[in-house]
Design a protein around this ligand. Structure first.
Ligand code: CA
Length: 229
């Protein structure tokens, strides 16, 4: 009897240990899953309408990449110089992805003016937008808090970026309702997609947590390409 009881006790202890172990595994697994969800952080959104937006690459490309950028933002300058060239080479030039730039106005009047500069060029010479964008970021000073975006600078950058620029037309565009409206459309997208940081990079509606993590960018694009095969 005593032996039997002892056996029972042993069984209960073993069962308890087993149940605790199982619960621990479940809790850890569950947390891990939660963590992965957070680090994925790809809130699913619908594809953005790229109508009247500067868009580079094959219009029929299966992957849509959208950068929400602000010419006054140092991280945007860094992203455009450090990450974008590789992205362009690997996925845009190959026809896998198209790339769209949308203005964000987190730094007030200068962001607004710079965005208008981009839209003015886009309306005048769409294919020169990318050169203008690159050259405008190149003009961002290290102490980015100082005022540097002026109409004079935008004209200089436009002259540098657009072959045979019609200067008068550019100046006219800069203060036109159409250009202001284009910037407002971008601002509407920023609100619609609840963009909180610049740069924000969205791939087929998935917002990346860290746009500087190129390996992650690659894996998300490759996943999207596989899904469409
Ligand atoms: Ca735009």
């Amino acid at each position: 009897m005593a032996e039997h009881k002892k056996g029972n006790m042993k069984f209960i202890v073993l069962l308890t240990v087993f149940v605790i172990g199982l619960l621990t595994v479940l809790v850890v697994f569950n947390n891990k899953e939660k963590q992965e969800e957070v680090s994925e952080s790809t809130s699913e959104n619908e594809a953005i309408s790229t109508e009247n937006q500067p868009t580079l690459g094959d219009a029929d490309a299966p992957v849509q990449i959208v950068e929400f950028g602000d010419y006054k933002c140092p991280s945007c300058k860094a992203w455009s110089e450090q990450v974008y060239p590789q992205l362009k080479k690997d996925f845009i030039d190959t026809g896998d992805a198209q790339f769209t730039y949308v203005n964000v106005l987190f730094h007030g009047e200068e962001s607004f003016l710079a965005a208008k500069g981009g839209e003015a060029v886009y309306q005048l010479a769409p294919e020169s937008f990318w050169e203008f964008s690159k050259n405008l970021y190149a003009n961002q000073p290290e102490s980015h808090d100082e005022q540097w975006v002026t109409e004079e600078l935008l004209l200089e950058v436009a002259k540098e970026s657009v072959e045979g620029l019609d200067e008068e037309k550019f100046k006219e565009n800069l203060s036109s309702d159409a250009v202001e409206e284009a910037v407002n459309v971008d601002n509407g997208l920023v609100e619609q997609y609840d963009i909180q940081l610049t740069p924000t990079v969205m791939i087929n509606g998935r917002i990346l947590e860290n746009p500087f993590d190129y390996e992650k960018i690659k894996s998300v694009i490759e996943e999207e390409l596989e899904d469409r095969q």
